[in-house]
Design a protein around this ligand. Structure first.
Ligand code: FMN
Length: 340
């Protein structure tokens, strides 16, 4: 158990914010696997203020605890946006401030990872949002802009002075985006230096990744992001190990098929069949990554899903051919060796 402000978080796995993925349906799907805290897709301060449609992205309250992630650059505007958002959705659990996004159109307006060039502003944003909303506020940062400007310690100090309630550190720089080996070595015993909970992010693809990164940094929790796409059971493996030291085996292909269909139904209910089918073309193949002789099926899942019926037809073929096998290595990793 650990605390984010007055919220008691029971579990060591946090679901990372991912735009295009972590909609309400996805968060609810992942929850029973053991995510103790989830984050919405990022939403800009102006969308939060002026566009009621942004509520569709966020959908509060049905998946406790969920952090609503805001991006922007002006402390006052961001605080007003959060206040508006909370008024419309009084059961919002907490806010998270995006200080890590490397995408050009976000950075160009001084938001996301660009904020880290101005540590005082990072603190000011947290301070103002806390003042205006009175609920917990967390922040998600990177190591810095590049190898020669890793100022995460300075940013952490400003955030702590602003009474941030927890900090996620993605162990890469803005320049590295999402590629390459994260630099956990630079975060050795970081938690000991901090006065608030630390969540670590970056390449959490296996239980051993989670154990290793926690040992190095002393983190309170690990963030599962890409590693959970197509491998929700990773969350259960990590959660269970941290609870009682049990190492659960990987699931069978047949279980993966069941979970993929469950997620499909939730996405269809949320987005409609056509939109959900598009999304599933990128998600469904990942459920059978790391499984021998699955390459042809992965290709078909990526190209032939038009609706639930076509998804189910392919997945049932997968089950018939490969169902009893235990999946070897799962997840997003592009380095998974080709298997057939
Ligand atoms: C498709 C995608 C969308 C993402 N969207 C967000 C976002 O909206 N806000 C955010 O703070 N991080 C976002 N991230 C970063 C993740 O939360 C996470 O920190 C990052 O992927 C590193 O973890 P991983 O290597 O385990 O995937 C996104 C990552 C991906 C791959």
């Amino acid at each position: 158990m650990w605390k984010v402000g007055d919220l008691t978080i029971d579990g060591r796995v946090v679901l990372g914010p991912m735009s295009g993925y972590t909609s309400e349906a996805y968060r609810l799907f992942m929850k029973p696997f053991g995510t103790a805290l989830s984050y919405t897709e990022m939403v800009s301060d102006s969308a939060m203020m002026h566009n009621p449609r942004s509520d569709e992205y966020l959908m509060y309250g049905s998946c406790p605890f969920t952090g609503t992630q805001v991006f922007g650059s002006d402390p006052e505007r961001m605080a007003i946006a959060a206040e508006e958002c909370l008024k419309r959705n009084p059961n919002t659990d907490l806010f998270d401030v995006n200080m890590g996004c490397p995408v050009e159109k976000v950075v160009r307006r001084g938001a996301g990872s660009a904020l880290m060039t101005d540590p005082a502003r990072c603190g000011e944003i947290v301070r103002r949002i806390k003042e205006k909303t009175g609920i917990p506020v967390t922040a998600k940062i990177r190591l810095g802009q590049g190898a020669d400007s890793m100022n995460f310690r300075e940013v952490i100090a400003e955030l702590e002075a602003a009474e941030v309630d927890a900090i996620t550190v993605h162990a890469r720089t803005r320049k590295e985006r999402y590629a390459g080996i994260p630099h956990y070595d630079l975060m050795r015993d970081l938690r000991e230096e901090m006065s608030v909970p630390l969540i670590v992010s970056g390449n959490v693809f296996s239980l051993d990744d989670a154990i290793g990164y926690t040992e190095i940094t002393g983190a309170d929790a690990v963030m599962v992001a890409r590693g959970g796409i197509g491998n929700p059971f990773l969350v259960t493996q990590i959660d269970r190990w941290f609870r009682d030291g049990t190492r659960l085996p990987n699931p069978t292909v047949s279980q993966q098929v069941d979970w993929c269909l469950e997620l499909a139904d939730m996405l269809i209910a949320e987005k409609g069949e056509e939109m959900a089918a598009k999304k599933l073309r990128s998600i469904a193949p990942k459920f059978i990554v790391g499984c021998r002789h699955s390459r042809e099926f992965r290709y078909r899942l990526a190209t032939e899903i038009d609706d639930r019926a076509s998804l189910e037809a392919i997945l049932e073929e997968v089950r018939e051919r490969l169902g009893d096998r235990v999946v070897r290595t799962l997840g997003y990793r592009t380095s998974v060796p080709e298997d057939d």
